[in-house]
Design a protein around this ligand. Structure first.
Ligand SMILES: C[S@@+](CC[C@H](N)C(=O)[O-])C[C@H]1O[C@@H](n2cnc3c(N)ncnc32)[C@H](O)[C@@H]1O
Length: 251
């Protein structure tokens, strides 16, 4: 708990929160593209900075919605599904309220439930994420669990898993706290070991010069490829919010 308070206090110092402090439930349709509307309960940050919605999460939802269709999640951009791969395993890091993973889960439900989504965060956020899974009736597709960056990965998330290997990693607004940079880097490295690493999509809001330290470190092992081919990209860029694909460099 002391760790959480320390971490939350640092975050509050560093990051101005969204103008609208929000406690309670929102119904999000993303311009009518998601039905039924996603219901997200925010606790206003009570359980840590993840207890609120952040713009980088909104960006990742927009990208998923724009690039998915009846053929599956991100089917318009990348072939995550195929004849040998009828099912996609998705892992979200630092999910907070669970918004992005729930959006992926809702897309999966709409096209026949061909995905399993694991939304993860520190212990203190698990209850909020579970509540949001329940609010949306998505328990058959989305599960909420703890995953602390830097800790050994659960077997099923890692590269050695024989079945149900992770195909897609999502991370929204996870680069903001210098002390967590090496931990996040370690988890990303652990997840992408091996010959067929998952696709990694990271949305990022630029706040401080120190964030460069994270990107400099991960460039030793990943190509950081900006993605700009989506409708509201310019709007997000104006708000210093970016989307990257991280491609593990095979050495
Ligand atoms: C700014 S919030 C973003 C939440 C959510 N992805 C969104 O976009 O709304 C950052 C998230 O990273 C999580 N986080 C920070 N350090 C972490 C760590 N060491 N291990 C796991 N999660 C962590 C926080 O708890 C928080 O939920």
């Amino acid at each position: 708990m002391a760790e959480l308070l320390d971490f939350t206090a640092q975050f509050t110092d560093l990051v101005p929160s969204r103008p609208l402090e929000h406690f309670g439930d929102s119904d999000l349709t993303f311009g009518g593209r998601i039905f039924p509307a996603l219901k997200i309960h925010e606790d206003g940050g009570e359980s840590g900075c993840g207890g609120k919605l952040w713009i980088a999460g909104e960006l990742l939802c927009e990208y998923l919605l724009e690039n998915s269709d009846d053929n599956g999640i991100l089917s318009k951009q990348m072939n995550l599904l195929g004849r040998d791969k009828p099912f996609v395993n998705i892992l979200e890091l630092g999910s907070g309220t669970g918004l992005v993973g729930l959006c992926a889960g809702s897309l999966a439900r709409a096209n026949g439930g061909n995905a399993k989504v694991h939304i993860t965060d520190i212990d203190q956020l698990v209850r909020l994420m579970e509540g949001n899974v329940e609010l949306n009736g998505l328990a058959s597709v989305v599960s909420a669990e703890k995953l602390w960056w830097g800790e050994p990965l659960k077997y099923e998330f890692g590269p050695d898993a024989i079945s149900n290997k992770t195909d897609l990693v999502l991370a929204a607004d996870c680069v903001y706290l210098e002390t967590a940079f090496p931990l996040l880097e370690k988890t990303l490295l652990d997840l992408t070991k091996g010959e067929t690493p998952p696709v990694v999509l990271m949305s990022y809001r630029k706040r401080r010069k120190a964030d460069r330290i994270f990107f400099k470190a991960i460039r030793k092992n990943f190509k950081v490829v900006p993605i700009t081919s989506f409708d509201r990209c310019d709007d997000f860029l104006k708000q210093r919010t970016h989307l990257f694909q991280l491609i593990r460099v095979q050495k």
